[in-house]
Design a protein around this ligand. Structure first.
Ligand SMILES: CC(=O)SCCNC(=O)CCNC(=O)[C@H](O)C(C)(C)COP(=O)(O)OP(=O)(O)OC[C@H]1O[C@@H](n2cnc3c(N)ncnc32)[C@H](O)[C@@H]1OP(=O)(O)O
Length: 164
């Protein structure tokens, strides 16, 4: 009889999260541009949703990588945050979070920043608990996973070079 594996798995798609906001005056600095902290908050929330969908547990942010704000986001822009799990440890999940901004009337959509978060799943006693293994069932999922692994490697190598 064939032995069944008891390792729980979950697909990358199961983790995907997306949220959009209109950048309001309350979210801006005195130049009418996005407050960096507000964007980081939305990234943290979207990343946590991806982690909770994947782990089906409460999660906490353990870390986030360096962030570069590549382009301004102006009041009235539609800000979209997207996140997915691209790697897993025993109790931790690495999550890529991308932010784009757009003026629908102008038909543009700008990449404004990306970062990589680590979230840890917690059990009912708020202790780290194992997460499912990530599986990529489709070509699209494999490409998303590989793109995230590659981009994080590049980010970290560039940072290491900068601080040498
Ligand atoms: C200040 C704030 O408000 S931060 C925002 C909200 N976040 C929080 O409140 C989380 C506060 N931190 C914590 O509760 C704990 O440090 C935890 C849950 C993240 C980790 O707990 P620990 O007791 O260190 O657990 P443990 O050593 O077993 O590590 C658990 C996992 O977390 C990972 N981990 C722990 N610290 C970090 C870190 N700084 N960066 C990335 N991963 C980390 C470990 O590598 C391990 O992963 P693995 O199981 O996949 O191998």
């Amino acid at each position: 009889m064939q032995q069944q594996s008891s390792v729980e798995t979950r697909s990358l798609s199961a983790s995907r999260a997306e949220m959009s906001e209109i950048l309001m005056p309350n979210d801006t600095n005195n130049l009418g541009r996005a407050l960096g902290g507000r964007i980081l908050e939305w990234m943290d929330v979207c990343g946590a949703i991806a982690g909770r969908r994947f782990a089906e547990r409460q999660v906490v942010t353990a870390s986030m990588d360096h962030v570069d704000f590549l382009a301004p986001i102006d009041v009235g822009d539609v800000v979209t945050v997207e996140a997915y799990v691209f790697d897993t440890g025993r109790t931790s999940m690495d999550i890529k979070v991308d932010v784009t901004a757009e003026r629908p009337s102008e038909g543009d959509r700008r990449e404004t920043l990306t970062s990589f978060f680590t979230f840890v799943a917690l059990d009912d006693d708020e202790k780290p608990v194992p997460v499912p293994d990530l599986v990529c069932d489709s070509q699209e999922e494999r490409e998303l996973r590989d793109a995230a692994l590659q981009k994080r490697r590049e980010h970290r190598a560039a940072l290491a070079e900068e601080f040498e």
